[in-house]
Write a protein of this length. Sequence first.
Length: 68
Amino acid sequence: MSARTHTRPHPATSGGVEIRLRWWALALPALAFLSLLVLILNPANAQAATGDPALTHLLERVLRLVTG
């Protein structure tokens, strides 16, 4: 027994897929790239983060509890 084939009501479009990006989908990567580029070009502006000693002690205690 053969199955009936369904025909398309409208002809398929020959154009490509239209994709629209939001403004931030392009702005955020561009901003990240530019900020990293500025840090590479002028490394004097890049400062090392100073860790809070209380946070360091807490992480050490958690690590000791987990490992034994």
